[in-house]
Design a binder for this molecule. Structure first.
Ligand code: PXP
Length: 244
């Protein structure tokens, strides 16, 4: 069975847009869990544009399933993870100007490799398993193994952006080869980024896939599937007021 981890960053995006107390990520996490999600994923970004330190601390205390903290391998983030101890950390590359994570870690770059090795060691010293978000390349899977990762999360963005037909088939073939390599290395296999209700089906072909991290599509769907009830609730308040 493939585990579904729901990324709830965009609950916080909506909240932060207005500086309100709602929607509350802790409540959203609970609802995802009640619906059967196997885990909750949040990305604490350097600029705190959505999830905040307060959110991560509360989620660490309240998530009943698995809390996956995505973060860059910076000293600040490593100290936060060491202190609050999420169930697992996923190390991701981070650029301030990007809208969302744009690719996997540059695990072939010597300076990045050095920083990742130290980060994996520090997290392991604090008893925290580590997943590395990588592009679906054989060399990157092997590099992740050598870095001591427990898990790899394959970046599915190129697959999701490719047009259906041969371009998407080529991206799926890259994912398949990387998944086989990860399985052969004994790495736990996860995947994510850009997956939605029309392209997730391809993931069912990945050998050894244990976990998917999906955020934007689920939160977007929830906005539309919940809109009918939200409007009716507001109308109910207006009509009750009129009758008084
Ligand atoms: N996995 C990783 C490593 C990510 O950085 C993200 C986005 O925060 C996701 C999965 C989820 O991507 P999406 O929101 O496109 O489903």
């Amino acid at each position: 069975m493939i585990r579904l981890h729901v990324n709830i960053d965009h609950i916080a995006t909506i909240r932060n847009q207005r500086g309100t107390r709602y929607p509350e990520p802790v409540l959203a996490a609970g609802l995802c869990e009640l619906a059967g999600a196997h885990g909750i994923t949040v990305h604490l970004r350097e600029d705190r544009r959505h999830i905040t330190d307060r959110d991560v601390e509360l989620l660490c205390q309240t998530v009943q399933t698995t809390l996956n903290l995505e973060m860059a391998a910076t000293p600040e983030m490593l100290d936060i993870a060491a202190r609050i101890k999420p169930d697992i950390v996923t190390l991701v590359p981070e650029k301030r100007e990007e809208k969302t994570t744009e690719g996997g870690l540059a695990v072939g770059n010597p300076a990045v490799k050095k920083a990742l090795k130290a980060a994996v060691k520090k997290l392991h010293d604090h008893g925290i398993p580590v997943s590395l978000f990588i592009d679906p390349e054989l060399a990157d899977v092997r590099a992740a193994e050598l870095l001591g990762a427990d898990q790899v999360e394959l970046h599915t963005g190129d697959y999701c952006n490719a047009l259906p037909g041969p371009p998407r088939d080529r991206e799926l073939a890259r994912l398949l080869a990387a998944a086989e390599a990860a399985d052969a290395c004994g790495l736990i296999l996860a995947a994510g980024h850009g997956l939605d209700y029309t392209n997730v089906q391809g993931m069912l072909h990945l050998p050894g896939l244990k976990e998917l991290n999906i955020g934007h599509a689920i939160i977007s769907r929830a906005v539309l599937t919940g809109l009918d009830e939200a409007v009716r609730e507001m109308l109910g308040l207006l009509w009750d007021f009129e009758e008084e």
